[in-house]
Ligand binder design. Structure first.
Ligand SMILES: Cc1ncc(C[n+]2csc(CCOP(=O)(O)OP(=O)(O)O)c2C)c(N)n1
Ligand SMILES: O=c1ccn([C@@H]2O[C@H](COP(=O)(O)O)[C@@H](O)[C@H]2O)c(=O)[nH]1
Length: 347
């Protein structure tokens, strides 16, 4: 069977059902090999040699949690689920999540995250994936990095290769297909879910088997609002799979806070420079939200769209606590804070 690719019949990539490919991979997991319609590919082993020498704190997961259900939590018959988050692992240090590494994923927007952050998160990833048109942007990044390497005396190591490209392939260009011709491609034609959601679903069995919980996503909040909203929706969809998805843009990090008690350790530079942070009740109201460590705190407050949302908030301390009975989107300013500090007019 063939499928349409930019209006032409394409023989290079016959349609592959993501789950079938992953099942093949699971069957052959001894070899860590997957078959994507004749293409064989390996998800690389995560070993000491790939991750380099252990670094201080590299063993820490960004999030730890207990396994107590939430149904009776807010009346405190049982203690609330606890989550600890260390966004510095994405912003200033380590650049690795979880003991078994993380998935790195590139969506279809220009990569605005600072190049050194992208490089380190990519290097430390266990699985590297580009989603449809995201592969065009990854190609641009690879080419740009190769150029700056040539013009720079400080040699940077080459970027690790992509493990897989997924998508309905309506955005990847012929040039990009050619550029990544040896990279396995998994076709996800379903038009009832976004390519981003489908990409995580395709990788889920691999993540389960290798005990990877975290997905770091290069996206951007510019461009189409429907894509931005759909990307937030993916955070909600994936929480069922006990999977943490972090959206990284040029100046923000965003993830979902599930019902429970969250402690977020904020990089001190962000506290000092009073960068923005926000709590948004997307999807459903939260009826009982209490925070500490913010400039504008909430006390057993109701949050909902059309009612109260907490945007343009900032930090009172390094440790922010949020206790909530419902999902909330947490988004915080990051990356360009040095720039912001420089731009602040002197009083
Ligand atoms: C109720 C409903 N609304 C809209 C759609 C259409 N739809 C939802 S997700 C999706 C796929 C989007 O693909 P993606 O690659 O994420 O975005 P693209 O840039 O191709 O629009 C489509 C077509 C649908 N299936 N059902
Ligand atoms: O403006 C955009 C466009 C796309 N995305 C995300 O990328 C994937 C893949 O997009 P394609 O257009 O199919 O290549 C899509 O599912 C979105 O999650 C985006 O964030 N912003």
């Amino acid at each position: 069977m063939k499928f349409n690719f930019h209006g032409t019949r394409c023989r290079k990539m016959a349609p592959a059902c993501g789950s079938r490919v992953v099942l093949n991979w699971m069957r052959r997991s001894g070899q860590r090999m997957a078959i994507a319609d004749g293409h064989r590919f390996r998800f690389p082993r995560v070993g000491r040699s790939e991750l380099g020498p252990p670094r201080l704190g590299a063993h820490r997961s960004l999030c730890t949690k207990t396994t107590i259900g939430f149904r009776t939590q807010m009346d405190h018959k049982v203690p609330p689920k606890e989550f600890k988050w260390m966004p510095s692992n994405l912003i200033t240090e380590n650049f690795k999540l979880g003991d078994n590494g993380h998935v790195c994923m590139v969506l279809n927007r220009e990569i605005q995250v600072p190049a050194h952050v992208v490089r380190l998160l990519w290097k430390n990833a266990a699985v590297r994936c580009a989603v449809d048109g995201g592969s065009n942007h990854w190609r641009d990044f690879v080419v740009e990095q190769a150029k700056s390497k040539r013009s720079n005396t400080n040699e940077a190591a080459p970027l690790e290769p992509l493990d897989v490209i997924t998508g309905d392939f309506d955005s990847i260009t012929e040039e990009t297909v050619d550029f990544f011709k040896t990279t396995p491609k998994i076709h996800t034609p379903d038009q009832d879910a976004t390519d981003f959601t489908k990409a995580i679903t395709v990788l889920q069995p691999v993540m389960n088997q290798r005990k990877i919980q975290d997905v770091v996503v290069f996206h951007d909040t510019s461009g189409r609002l429907d894509h931005v909203m759909a990307n937030l929706n993916t955070l909600y969809k994936m929480q069922k799979d006990n999977c943490n998805v972090f959206l990284l843009s040029g100046d923000s990090v965003t993830w979902l806070l599930r019902p429970g008690k969250h402690t977020i350790q904020v990089p001190v530079d962000l506290v000092a420079s009073q960068r923005w942070c926000s709590l948004m009740p997307v999807g459903a109201a939260a009826h009982n939200v209490t925070t500490t460590g913010l400039k504008w705190n909430l006390y057993h407050a109701q949050m909902d769209f059309g009612g109260m949302v907490s945007t343009s908030n900032t930090y009172a301390t390094e440790f922010v606590q949020v206790e909530t009975d419902s999902n909330l989107i947490w988004s915080m300013g990051a990356y360009d804070f040095e720039e912001k500090v420089r731009q602040t007019p002197k009083k």
